[in-house]
Design a protein around this ligand. Structure first.
Ligand code: DON
Length: 305
């Protein structure tokens, strides 16, 4: 359907097709094999209207975009106090795979880096059918409004190169911040990263955060408003890793990036946004995704400030 919003999104993506900077993540085979030229842009408003262009139905592994949603699920399952006991809310200023523990408490600085996300995954309700991964799939599917699944091939590739994540989990166990087995938690965390989504799904999931927890298409309240607000706050502070300050300055939208090339944005009270383009910059953020968000923020007045 042609609408002014869709025409605008087409214009933005047209302006990006010649941008070929950056490279695809290559540490697991499925990511290395991604077509670097794919490009999608999707927006869902809190009123439930969706607009999308390009490769908007192409499935990709959610990767680190899973982290805010898993954090929300842990807040739901355990409450704020229990979650705060194992993970902080401060930007780390370091790469996503650094240990980045707070002095004194030894908590990972935030749930958007791997160490924090591994600790958060370990908090999820394991009594659900399918354990913690079943819980992830239930919450993510409710957020997306369709049943999501894990890509087993992506997961196998992740586990074959998971030494660093296993090391983080073992370290967290020494501080009592992870109590389940390190292998078990990293296996679940990497399955969480291997859930397949489309740009359209991620925009709807983001719109659910933006709306204060009500999925705008199904009408289901998936998250309490306080959980959605907390999740958006941490995305704003730490969603773009060591580029968090420049992101807040230039874009001003709570966001989370992933190594497969997805970029989630959620503007409170307005909309969920997702770009997908696999080539990444030195900080692990999608090159064309960052450009698309900068343009949307400027043109549509989306900067929070
Ligand atoms: O932990 C990992 O290595 C991946 N499964 C997720 C990493 C990710 O997306 C980091 N983001 N830029």
């Amino acid at each position: 359907m042609r609408t002014p919003v869709r025409d605008y999104l087409l214009e933005v993506t047209d302006g990006l097709v010649d941008v070929r900077d950056g490279g695809v993540a290559d540490y697991i085979p499925a990511l290395a094999a991604a077509d670097p030229d794919r490009l999608a842009l999707a927006v869902t408003t809190v009123g439930g209207r969706s607009y999308s262009v390009g490769d908007d139905d192409l499935e990709f592994s959610v990767q680190s975009i899973s982290k805010p949603f898993a954090y929300a699920a842990a807040l739901l399952d355990r409450g704020t106090e229990a979650v705060d006991a194992v993970v902080g809310v401060e930007p780390s200023g370091e790469a996503f795979d650094e240990l980045s523990l707070e002095r004194g408490t030894h908590r990972p600085r935030n749930p958007m880096i791997n160490a924090g996300a591994i600790a958060v995954h370990g908090l999820l309700d394991a009594s659900a059918p399918g354990g913690r991964v079943g819980r992830v799939l239930d919450v993510f599917s409710a957020l997306a409004g369709r049943r999501l699944v894990v890509d087993d091939e992506v997961h196998a590739g992740e586990m074959a190169t998971a030494d660093r994540n296993l090391a983080l989990a073992h370290m967290l166990r020494t501080y009592g911040l992870v109590t389940a087995g390190a292998h078990d938690v990293v296996d679940g965390y990497t399955r969480q990263c291997s859930v397949l989504v489309t740009a359209r799904d991620v925009a709807v999931m983001g719109a659910t955060l933006a709306s204060g927890g009500v999925q705008p298409v199904t009408g289901e309240r998936v998250l309490p408003a306080a959980v959605a607000r907390r999740t958006l706050s941490v995305m704003l502070a730490a969603g773009m890793y060591d580029a968090a300050g420049s992101w807040i300055t230039h874009v001003g939208i709570p966001a989370k990036s992933g190594v497969s090339g997805g970029l989630l944005g959620a503007l409170p009270g307005q909309a969920g946004i997702c770009s997908f383009s696999p080539r990444l910059d030195g900080q692990g953020n999608s090159v064309r995704g960052v450009l698309a968000f900068r343009r949307l923020s400027a043109d549509m007045g989306m900067h929070l400030m």
